[in-house]
Design a protein around this ligand. Structure first.
Ligand SMILES: Cc1ncc(COP(=O)(O)O)c(C=O)c1O
Length: 391
């Protein structure tokens, strides 16, 4: 099948929104997205508000709600199903704090493709009674069928990262939630490496919790993260990681009463990261405007180019070559990934080193020419023969 050479949107229009493209080829969205005119303007909007009004809590809190709404729209939920954090680690910790591992369900089943921070949160529940076990990855991927055999009537939670940070393997979340629910377990999904690159529908996937940060494919910044909690669960959960924004009315200032918001904001804790919420909203609105389905289609084209182009240049792919099971990130095995990252940067290519691989993670604004240039540079700085790898 002949793949299109341009996406189903105006690529040049979106490229003009990213000043960095004038001097670099960013291929590091699995780590940090480039700044855009819109995200910069959003940051300046907050700075201007702070500077001219001194403080404007009503407007600032409204902006937090708008950020929750932008995230909710991306995942087919409502803003009331969303809590705001500074990181995915905090979001997972809040979820863990709401679960009781001292009763019949003590088991947490964790996939081998989690980002370490999420695994750490589950391991930290062991003194609270949790027993952690793993779904093994083989050659950088997981066979979804293995979940069903590992989930038992003791399983409280299945943690199934949507996209593997290392090599871009993408899990079939809907099948995993079906297996979890069949045994009465809940399912936590970290969508940090996928949201912004593909349509995500929490209703269709039937996830119980879904968390993401903002700085990768959502085109934002560090210091803000979102947690979706399934509506039917919200009022059954009482996170002990909490604070005044988790109350029915945070502005009641009643220090002696611990009540619980009826919405997912019962997972909120302290004063939210306001400036980050401004920027996050602007980044996510850009993803809405381009369209996740169109972005996904273009990622399949870019991914095919990366895989075929890497093979043609003798590079060694890490993980699956099945585009249907791949995120926007394609990883190649190199000897010294940090050295390769530094050398690529001198050639204007921003890539991301992680352990044994160099990650090339383009996004909706990247062209096929960007991919070709990145692969040429990679083959030049990490030639297969010098890597001990032969085509
Ligand atoms: C899949 C995934 N989850 C989580 C994180 C990090 O989460 P946190 O916001 O806690 O730093 C990353 C990378 O930074 C990631 O790739």
């Amino acid at each position: 099948m002949r793949l299109p050479s341009t996406p189903a949107y105006d690529l040049e229009h979106w490229r003009r929104q990213i000043p960095l493209l004038a001097s670099h080829i960013p291929m590091n969205n699995c780590s940090q997205a480039p700044q855009t005119l819109a995200t910069r303007a959003a940051a300046e909007q907050y700075l201007e508000s702070w500077n001219t009004s001194g403080m404007d809590w009503d407007a600032w809190m409204h902006e937090v709600t708008r950020a929750k709404q932008a995230f909710a729209t991306l995942i087919n939920a409502s803003a009331d199903d969303v809590a705001l954090f500074s990181s995915v680690s905090e979001a997972a910790s809040a979820v863990a704090s709401a679960l009781d591992f001292m009763r019949a369900r003590r088991h947490i089943l964790v996939s081998d493709v989690e980002f370490p921070t999420v695994s750490h949160v589950w391991l930290a529940q062991q003194p609270r009674g949790a027993r952690v076990s793993w779904v093994p990855a083989v050659d950088g991927a997981i066979n979804t069928a293995t979940y069903a055999a590992l989930i038992t009537d003791e399983t409280a939670l299945v943690s199934a990262c949507h996209g593997y940070y290392l090599n871009g393997f993408m899990q079939d979340v809907a099948t995993i939630t079906t297996a979890a629910h069949a045994r009465g377990a809940l399912c936590f999904v970290d969508a940090y490496q996928t949201l912004g690159t593909t349509p995500v529908d929490v209703q269709a996937m039937d996830v119980d919790f879904l968390a993401t940060g903002n700085l990768k494919f959502l085109m934002g910044v560090p210091g803000v993260a979102f947690l979706y909690v399934k509506r039917a669960l919200i009022e059954t959960l009482r996170p002990t990681v909490t604070g005044w924004f988790g109350r029915t009315n945070p502005f009641a200032f009643d220090a002696r009463t611990l009540d619980w918001s009826t919405t997912a904001s019962r997972f909120d804790a302290g004063t939210p990261p306001i400036m980050n919420a401004y920027i996050a909203r602007a980044g996510m609105e850009m993803i809405h405007a381009v369209g996740p389905a169109k972005i996904r289609a273009w990622h399949e084209v870019l991914g095919a180019r990366l895989i075929d182009g890497g093979r043609a240049r003798g590079l060694t792919l890490h993980g699956t070559a099945d585009l249907a099971r791949k995120t926007a990130n394609t990883a190649f095995v190199v000897d010294d990934s940090h050295q390769v990252e530094a050398e690529l940067r001198t050639r204007g290519i921003i890539a991301s080193a992680r352990g044994p691989v160099i990650r090339l993670a383009p996004h909706f604004y990247n062209s096929l020419d960007d991919v070709d240039q990145a692969l040429d540079a990679l083959a030049a700085v990490a030639p297969p023969a010098a890597q001990g790898v032969h085509a």
